[in-house]
Design a protein around this ligand. Sequence first.
Ligand code: HEM
Length: 420
Amino acid sequence: MAHASQFKNPVIKWIDSRLPIFTLMRHEYVDYPMPKNVNYLWAFGAIAMIMLMIMILTGIMLAMQYTPNATMAFDSVERIMRDVNFGWLLRYMHSNGAAMFFVAVYIHVFRGLYYGSYKEPRELVWMLGIVVLLLMMATAFMGYVLPWGQMSFWAATVITNLFSAIPVVGDPIVTWLWGGFSVGNPTLNRFFALHYLLPFVLIGVVLLHTSAVHIVGTNNPLGIDLKGPQDSVPFSPYASVKDLYAVAVFLIIYAVFVFYQPNFMGHPDNYIPANPMVTPSHIVPEWYFLPFYAILRAIPDKLGGVIAMFGSILILFALPWLDTSKVRSCVFRPIYRWFFWLLLLDCILLGYVGSQLPEGIWVILGQLATFYYFFHFLVLMPILGKLERPLPLPESISKPVLKGGGPVAAGATASTMEKA
Ligand code: HEM
């Protein structure tokens, strides 16, 4: 029996009664109840999604002109920049787009950390998010190798070599990854194939991620559950228009980089063709990998460094269980809130350390910052969750618990406050 579609347009009704995709879209992006107090930090999921689309579109068009061959890759990119109509725009949109994509996702992750969006019942949303992050990192790393400049070649050499730290099978794994005995043409070819493939896998995991959000419901700055229809607004037009506005502002900032500072976030050495005979004096990854690079170098032992680096991301999978607090949002956690900001500073410090040569004070600072990173998640989080006494939670989003104001939800509308 056909699905009883509520759409009036005959074409839409015809399709929808056979395959209810329009009903599904209405359910997810029109009627979906959004907590009425979410702030602009909740727009970064939508921003990340737009960035993913821009990356795929510009990437496909670049691939039509790019040549994944070690003797031609560098020149093919220069040809895109100079001879292909608007090739410079495509390339700058793609390279700066990657950086802006990471900006959006890092803000999205820290939003989740601050408001406890990883806690029950959103554990799976969070874990799928980390899978997305890992996929993004792999995609960005392989993309950076494609222009076949000095940094491309040497970053690929350094990072693939990390696998040689694995006991017994390490060296054969590296040879297998390279498709030879050094980074070369087969490596470039497979990186291109995977760099083209992974974003589509990313789309699949992102769909699971956003579906999971809509099953359990969106968190909000107060971190409390919706108590009834008075606590939410329909996704459209309220959240969709707010998201669109945030997307527009974000795209303007992105455009400033693309048009006025297109090489600000890149490394000048990548305009030198790859040369296996000349190692750059200082090999640095793109800025969005710097904190992890600092963790890698903080441990004097190669295998230890590799374990710490991967561990710093994998530990995030355990977050829903490492955080023992009964309260989600930092708004009601007076002590933990400070440690959240300390963690953010620690990550920025790690990033800075990662950009410096590993000598003198930077070695010590890198080790201290790495220690603190793990200390935060493994020790502070479980202990503080038990010891800290959270502030009283409001009864509901619309009804703050204290008379005469109390913790009124950020962004509450005038009518909500009247009701309160
Ligand atoms: C391609 C990357 C990503 C995209 C496109 C994406 C997209 C989204 C969207 C559209 C939402 C719903 C709107 C919102 O709350 O912002 C969302 C929610 C969420 N995302 Fe992501 N996400 C990405 C990466 C991540 C990562 C790396 C993490 C964490 C490791 C993460 C954790 C979460 C959490 C916990 C929520 C629920 C937030 C809440 O309900 O308050 N996401 N994501």
